[in-house]
Design a protein around this ligand. Sequence first.
Ligand code: GLU
Length: 397
Amino acid sequence: MKLARRAQGIGASPTLAMNARAKEMKKQGIDILSFTVGEPDFDTPEHIAEAGITAIREGFTRYTPAAGIPELKEAICVKLKRENGLDYDPADVVVSNGAKHAIYNALQALIDEGDEVIIPAPYWVSYTEMVKLNGGVPVVVPTRAEDGFKLTPSSLKAAITPRTKAIFINSPNNPTGAVYSRAELEALAEILVAHGIVIIADEVYEKLLYDGATFTSVAALGPEVKDLTVTINGVSKTYAMTGWRIGYAAAPRELAQAMANIQSHATSNPNSIAQKAAVAALMGPQEPVRRMLDEFARRRERMVAGINALPGFKCRKPEGAFYIFADVSELFGRTLRGQKITGSVSLAELLLVEAHVAVVPGAAFGDDRYVRFSYATSMASIEKGLVRLKEVLAEVR
Ligand code: GLU
């Protein structure tokens, strides 16, 4: 069978693939410590799960409006006002099967063949692939560790062409944890507004902030910016709800309507039960979020110290999200148990096979000098993983 060209160049998402591989090895009885996927290890808070159970009991199991139930869209508007200072009407909101799906819908509605989309690197693995799947051209713009992995106005300007249609701004960033300040966002937004470039603001890690870092929603910078922005968020990371698959977009009316129409043909509504649970998440007590954040903060301290103590590894302290992006380039060209370390992919492979520690190679995020650790995993696994890495890395020659 001859597959479509768009399918020929695409592989599985490396984060999900690495996670699946770690799970498969575990099933075979190998004690793998997985630092792969960004998925909180906590249970969904009780009151949220209960709302889902109630929805099933009450028979809330049929089609809903394709773009989401009015109650959830209303709750999203309340949340965006309360926490982000944003005024959206429920008609500007589209609820989707996870934030990933919301991004896909946005690209479907925005990108014509050959349109360029600026993606600051390191980036989340699916941005480039989703742009390509929609006929667009990813324009990857590297950032530097010295700049806190943030896009600078001058490198933004240099990347803009007459074909530039949109840009991804992901703060807090996956995989670097970088958080843009309001002033930094303003400097970028000024350029983007001048060129009429659409901003896809992926804000899914907004609650995961450390050491007093503050979060600014891109659309809150002003009406001109808001008119060009599609705000993406979801309940997965904040409320430990990855499997429920509820994300959302808030966008200028015309774009939201187009996204809703596209979704109505592609998937119909997101899961009815999960939508009820998401209402409970957004409108219910926020205490569980704080508790999870406190635990992530503890792990972050331990991970940063532990990783920096490993031979050949160095990392900065991320201000947000739950990842550590560690520079491992010092190890390239050296050998471990007779095998040469040639880059992030070969190092990740060696760590998996020799230390039974699973990480995601930086190459998947657009920078081969790094590997990504997710610390959305228990402290016990973190301690054990650091010990194993230390032992195995001591053998690097
Ligand atoms: N976004 C998470 C990660 O980067 C979940 C997996 C995925 O969809 O990539 O690990």
